[in-house]
Ligand binder design. Sequence first.
Ligand SMILES: NC(=O)c1ccc[n+]([C@@H]2O[C@H](COP(=O)([O-])OP(=O)(O)OC[C@H]3O[C@@H](n4cnc5c(N)ncnc54)[C@H](OP(=O)(O)O)[C@@H]3O)[C@@H](O)[C@H]2O)c1
Length: 333
Amino acid sequence: MQTVVFSAIGQAMQCLQRPELEPGEGQAIVQLQAAGLNRRDYWITQGKYPSIRTPVVLGSDGAGTVTQVGPNVSSSWLGRQVVLYPGIDWGQNPAVQGPSFRVLGMPDDGTFATSVAVPDESLFDKPAHLSWQEAAALPLAGVTAYRALVVQGNVQPGQQVLITGIGGGVATFALQFAVAAGAEVWVTSSSTRKIQHAVSLGAQGGFNYRQTGWHKELLESCGPMDLVVDSAGGTGYGDLIQVAAPGARLVSYGSTAGRPPELDLFKVFWKQLKLIGSTMGSPDDFAAMLDAVHRHQIHPVVDQVFSLDDAATAVAHMADCPQFGKLVLNCRI
Ligand SMILES: NC(=O)c1ccc[n+]([C@@H]2O[C@H](COP(=O)([O-])OP(=O)(O)OC[C@H]3O[C@@H](n4cnc5c(N)ncnc54)[C@H](OP(=O)(O)O)[C@@H]3O)[C@@H](O)[C@H]2O)c1
């Protein structure tokens, strides 16, 4: 089988041949058609991720066909077209992942390969209306967006929702799920082109987070937000507190721009705000997300497809965030 191996921080990932995988107890082998990229893959190659272990095959997202099953895995999976839940060992508590939870693609070998070995709990039928590339774009970003917006954020029809950094893979799914839920969705971005793209997906409009005072413009033209879904944090987090309506929820699932340097706690308690953290999602959240994708016939936004051989170029491409939505690798060679 062909793999793309990340050997050390500062070294480019390399294509290497490895022996074919054999399924262990409770595992299945999936011959991959496509793999999705996430900012996690970029952070790891940059050495900006906790507990990096090498050598490793990165990649948390994949879609393909089950070719082998190990002991104690139902043979009914053989030949099925699947999309992979990107976590391992969430645990029993729906409110939070357990201590052995980890993400596929470090420390366990992931999907930047022609095949992957996964626990059978990771197997879910691929939504029939999606192409292989769309299906591979879905798992990590889709479940993160669904949990942040629906499970933690409790989005409701007619509510005003702000989604920041709309070019991001997770943010784009959050927009699609929020529009499907009947919310009035506003976005922020560094790019006018990306705001226009968001409007074509159902957003009401958007604001450039790099322009000082954008939050005042938003309050004047749209009024306060009932729900804010953010992955940036940083100095701009204070603006999100400003645009939040009394009683609003602010859900954070990332901190791309770093820690907020200061928090106006007076506004937090006076406005009775709920600051909520969210990370990926449980297998039940994943199943609910797939159900929403099916019911609303949502198509993930795939910005660009690279060949597996070009995985290193694809990961490096994420450095300046030029994409709108997801980058995908074609794993058939
Ligand atoms: N907790 C979890 O389970 C989880 C899961 C997935 C991702 N994450 C984290 O969430 C973040 C986004 O992940 P992703 O995979 O969606 O990344 P991505 O596809 O690479 O998107 C990154 C986007 O972040 C936006 N951004 C950058 N700086 C910003 C700022 N100062 N203010 C607002 N937006 C800003 C940009 O939007 P524009 O291009 O529109 O300007 C950019 O396109 C990363 O930090 C990632 O590590 C966490």
